[in-house]
Design a protein around this ligand. Sequence first.
Ligand code: AR6
Length: 542
Amino acid sequence: PKQSVATGKGVPLSDLQRTCGRWGPPPRPFVIPSPNHSVLFKLPWKAGEAPVAYPPTPCDRWDQEHVRMPHSSESLYPVQETEDEKGLRLRWELVQEALLRSISNSHQLETAILSFNSRYNERWNFRALHSLFNDVLDKEETDIFFKEVLPSMVILALQLPELVTGPIPLLRKHKSHSLTLSQIQIGSLLANAFFCTFPRRNSTKRGSEYSSYPDINFNRLFQSGDSSDSNSIVEKLKCVLNYFRRICSTETAPTGTVTFSRRYIPTGSLPDWSKSTKPLPKLHIRSSGCIEDEGAGMLQVDFANKFIGGGVLGWGCVQEEIRFVICPELIVSRLFTECLDATEALLMIGCERFNQYSGYGHSFEWVSDYTDETPLDSAGRRHCSIVAMDALCFSNSSSQYSIPNLVREVNKAYVGFCEPEDHTSNTLAPVATGNWGCGAFRGDPHLKALLQLLAAGEAGRALVYFTFGDEKLRDRIFAMYQFLIDNNVTVGKLWGLLNRFSKTFSSSSSSTTELYEFLYSSAVEDFNCQEASFVSCKQKGL
Ligand code: AR6
């Protein structure tokens, strides 16, 4: 949607920004190494200087707690030594040999990638990659890629052992842990992902070691399905290639850092929603604009899949995938983030945006390079916080009103929005969100808006809601919000009403209109009673 007209309702955006500054408070967690926070470069970070890998002496951990690295001395690959003799070779040597040979077109690139993934010779195809270079880009662009960008990508990939010396912890289920990497470390890891060098990450079989992790090797992005899908794949590839072009150039090599922080709140430590006396949060709701632009400086929601990044390396091209290809550093989260459970979220702080885009879904297109002017914090991270929260996917629309599902969604949003460390609430940046779980996952935005209001109210931060072009939705949600505020409805009270609605309607096929009608009517009864008792108290001088 276009962003030009001011179409917002509620507290003006400028007011919300003023309370916490244009760029919000410094993002948390701060970059301080601890048993719960791994930092893979030397501190303190110095502006403009390339971060140095930490620890100084490389340390490889080939185990279930860490990413198995492509250059590990434990990583072996079967090779045909003679006609009837198979042997094992260091996989990294195969990678080096293949990538250091001259690669001047996409077919040679395919051959190189398959040479150290020979088990997948017959299974992978590279149609989208070939189509990009043969049919889409012009000769000059293709030449620049193979003559300049690709050789630098090879160098960056092969520098991995010097660039990432510390073991990368896996961010595993039910463990809050943070990991901070430099942008150049991420670049080297992603260059390896592009060349499909990560061991044990190709099998999609159930029960394989990484089956609870997203895939990270780029092979799926190189293939394409039917023609309508393959177009957005090619556009996603353009985003990725522009990212590599930028980071590989010595003039524009990035020097910043990025933190990935997995948050887990055990069920017992979550709010008791019905008892909450907190007020609903401030709200700004608008039909124009989008999370990544107008939400600058706020906590921006990624409408995630429990496998972080969703279909970014495959066919998906909606909010999460688009965010991941315009800010490709986010893709590295897939290397180490186990799929999210019900009360978990992943916070990603500091990533840079590299691409401008237009369209959505099938009409998605790479438009141009993007210069990200977001300032850096003292640890080198851009003031950009993105929280990945996966909504439930509803095949049957009425099931979203069942109490367990309401609980699941409000808790998930709370895990995403809350600030676990001590804070003074007036300094928390607003949440920038929208129709979370209401596109591919088919939820109802009227309900999801209320659930997100509850979570933001409980977490003590304002909500900025983008209806993505839908003015009617903006007006309906805002009218409901105004009604609730006018009647002093608290978080606990609204939660009670939602539960009552659920008990009354969840067995029948509930719908949006029923939910809001129910709230207006039953709330009016409730509030009238309350008002009556308030008036009578006043009369009695109590
Ligand atoms: N800013 C604000 N609102 C947006 C934006 C944006 N940039 N983009 C989309 N919307 P969807 P889900 C609105 O379908 O339902 C992915 O594959 C727009 O109204 O991306 O939670 C993930 O990996 C859109 O219809 O989120 C998951 O697998 C709505 O937000 C799955 O999709 C929902 O966007 C998640 O699906």
